[in-house]
Design a protein around this ligand. Structure first.
Ligand code: NAD
Ligand code: GLY
Length: 372
């Protein structure tokens, strides 16, 4: 993490650098960032910014963001999408392209994603494709998006055969995470975001996991300082991993802890029925139990994680769906190599690895988890 300049520092904001050579960028974390606008001061002036948001977040925050962007962009316009994971598809993406073309947007246009991970992923993918690639900024407004999806440049839409199957790596120019925007977030969404915070502690930072364990009540009560620490530390961990392995050739895959199970749950029951973070919560329980079954960790490590996930209010048991269907969906996971299933697993006292597991064992773990 590095110091922030002048007005931002006065406002108590923090800066996390994602170091990727000429594609490096800052994640600014703090309070009143949209209201004060200084978080955008580092941007070069541009002709046109298009805010991409949805019909829930737009009415709450788009006016404030428009005002903040006017200091940097001659023109600021807006595209509003329908809300929900069910709309993270080709049709919605095309709606963004239609709007950009209708407004004569060119290669100097900057897209600004204002919303949760769904808006962020669609906007990032639209920016990656439009005129072969234009700039975009992430203004994440859910906890999940602030700690995970807005950082690292993964963009995607869903396909009926699998989640996030169509996408691109395209890094944003700037991420502005204003924790005050979380004050209107429904509690279920806040809890879902905690799953990704817990994930970082579980796989890469034991001290952070202990801090989360002790600070759950403050986080759930939307304490500003606790939220800033959770977002900042999560972004630091993610920035460090992404800087070392941008394209997920190795280490970045660890960030998918719990996600092989989670994506199968989401696809299996239909997008949007469980929130992504809820599926990740349950997925981490299953992955920890699988690690234990494979003899990679002592039972206490799995029990402790399960207890934190439960105390956060996340599901710890799979939804009511045939385990064979879940296993079927795991076959399209992006980590699978030549048909062999690979999982992010816990190892030893603090570590994590990517390792294979048989479908029989996975089914057994699903069964045991349901019946425990
Ligand atoms: P989301 O984008 O659907 O947002 C959750 C809900 O909260 C929506 O109804 C949204 O309109 C509403 N909302 C957002 N901000 C709000 C606010 N400030 N006040 C009130 N309501 C608000 O869901 P999410 O959990 O943010 O993101 C999930 C998506 O992120 C999934 O599609 C997942 O695949 C993706 N994801 C991507 C990455 C990545 O690296 N690109 C990482 C993790 C997750
Ligand atoms: N959410 C996992 C990653 O960005 O790699």
């Amino acid at each position: 993490m590095t110091a922030v300049p002048g007005a931002l520092a006065d406002a108590g904001a923090h800066r996390v650098r994602v170091s990727l050579g000429e594609r490096s960028y800052d994640v600014i974390v703090g309070r009143r960032l949209l209201e004060q606008g200084h978080a955008f001061d580092s941007l070069s002036p541009g002709p046109h910014a298009v805010i991409v948001t949805n019909d829930v977040v737009g009415p709450l925050l788009a006016a404030q963001l428009t005002q903040a962007l006017r200091a940097r962009f001659s023109r600021v316009s807006q595209v509003t999408l329908p809300d929900g994971e069910a709309y993270k598809n080709w049709e919605t993406l095309n709606h963004v392209f239609d709007a950009l073309l209708a407004e004569h947007c060119d290669r100097n246009t900057t897209l600004v994603a204002l919303g949760g991970g769904v808006v962020g992923d669609i906007t990032g993918f639209a920016a990656a494709c439009y005129m072969r690639g234009i700039a975009y900024i992430q203004v994440p407004t859910t906890l999940l998006a602030q700690v995970d999806s807005s950082v690292g440049g993964k963009t995607a839409i869903n396909h009926p055969a699998g989640k996030n199957m169509i996408g691109a790596f395209h890094q944003p120019r700037l991420v502005v995470a204003d924790v005050d925007s979380l004050l209107t977030l429904p509690r279920r969404e806040l809890v879902a975001g905690l799953a990704e915070v817990i994930k970082y502690g579980a796989i890469l930072d034991e001290a952070f996991l202990s801090w989360i364990e002790a600070g759950l009540a403050r986080l759930l009560a939307l304490d500003g300082d606790a939220l800033i620490h959770a977002v900042r530390r999560s972004c630091q961990i993610k920035a460090e991993v992404v800087a070392s392995d941008e394209r997920e050739a190795g280490r970045r895959a660890l960030l998918n802890f719990g996600h092989t199970f989670a994506h199968a749950i989401e696809s299996g029951i239909g997008y949007g029925r469980w929130l992504h973070g809820e599926a990740v919560g349950c997925g981490m329980v299953l992955a920890a139990r699988l690690s234990e079954r494979l003899g990679l960790i002592q039972p206490q490590r799995a029990r402790r994680l399960e207890s934190i996930i439960e105390k956060a209010g996340l599901p710890t048991k799979p939804p009511d769906i045939d385990d064979k269907v879940l296993v079927e969906f795991m076959r399209v996971d992006k980590k699978a190599i030549e048909g062999s299933q690979r999982f992010v697993l816990l190892e030893g006292a603090n570590g994590a690895v990517v390792a294979p597991a048989t479908e029989e064992l996975v089914e057994r773990v699903l069964f045991e988890c349901r019946s425990s």
